[in-house]
Ligand binder design. Structure first.
Ligand code: A2P
Length: 277
């Protein structure tokens, strides 16, 4: 698979096989990073209202001069805006900040089961898709139980589930669930954030064997697992390098060895309890 081979979604649309993550990239730094990502070949940019950088992403997109139809822009609904009417308003506000007529993918950022409004929120997502303000709809940080409920109550299966995933937390069960439902798994913190993942001697050995970096090995692992990684970096060299993962493959033995790194321990929030307001 190469970077330009799109991933098919269950709603008939398609999505690039890798995207640029933008968490913590705000202001001018955010504009610069997204500009560099677009120049390096990324066509999917992942933002969220909670990241406070939709404006920066919108500026970089506008300044790139790239045709809108060649780009795939994702944003996410924050916790404060769960609920039917507030979701409709929040989406319009996101589009205004992004300076776009539509987003390619709109995600519920977290399920917030204590608040218990994610089904109503999902109904609003379905309406937004019908209105053409969003092209595809999905969720983030949802478990099988949350998704089962959406499907039971609305009959609409999310196109995407974006979850924390990296070799330390490989998400085998959630990925199997997503696959069975025809949902594409996207990985946030694909490089394991500030953990010790990138200094693993095992990964260094595999990287040497392919003459690539450890970061590239980890991102390639996501692709081999059938997931779509969303790496972020503020540095142009790493931004470009992270996109360049489509001309080598990992062997079955290497994948098995990487599998031994799993600790089944999250670095980020637990979907059943995490609250973001
Ligand atoms: P930096 O901006 O200094 O490049 P995550 O897993 O949450 O995406 O976090 C990855 C972190 O690792 C980023 O904050 C980024 O910081 C850094 N990083 C990104 N790409 C690479 C790479 N190829 N090699 C090493 N570190 C990387």
């Amino acid at each position: 698979m190469d970077a330009v081979t799109p991933i098919e979604l269950n709603d008939g649309r398609s999505m690039p096989a890798i995207g640029f993550g933008t968490w913590q990239l705000r202001g001018e730094d955010g504009v610069d990073a997204v500009r560099t990502a677009l120049e390096s070949g990324y066509r999917m940019i992942d933002t969220a209202t909670r990241y406070e950088n939709e404006g920066a992403v919108g500026r970089a997109v506008a300044e790139s001069g790239l045709p809108r139809e060649n780009l795939f822009i994702t944003t996410k609904l924050p916790g404060d805006d769960h609920g039917y009417d507030s979701t409709l308003r929040a989406c319009e506000d996101s589009l205004t900040r992004l300076g776009l007529q539509y987003v390619d993918l709109y995600l519920i950022h977290w399920p917030l089961p204590r608040i218990d409004k994610y089904v109503d929120t999902w109904r609003a997502f379905i309406a937004l898709r019908e209105q053409g303000l969003v092209r595809s709809i999905g969720v983030s940080n949802f478990t099988g139980a949350h998704i089962d409920r959406l499907v039971r109550e609305t009959d609409v299966v999310p196109a995407v589930n974006q979850i924390e995933m990296h070799p330390l937390f490989p998400q085998s069960r959630q990925r199997a669930y997503d696959r069975e439902q025809g949902i594409v798994t996207q990985s946030w913190s694909p490089l394991g954030r500030k953990s010790d993942l990138l200094v693993s001697p095992l990964l260094a050995e595999i990287a040497d064997a392919h003459a690539v970096s450890v970061g590239q090995v980890v991102l390639r692992w996501h692709v081999e697992m059938g997931a779509v990684p969303l790496p972020k970096s503020a540095h142009s060299g790493r931004i470009a390098q992270n996109h360049d993962i489509f001309d080598f493959t990992l062997s079955a033995d290497e994948l098995e060895a990487i599998g031994t790194l799993g600790r089944d321990q999250r670095l980020g929030g637990d979907p059943d309890t995490h609250e973001e307001f």
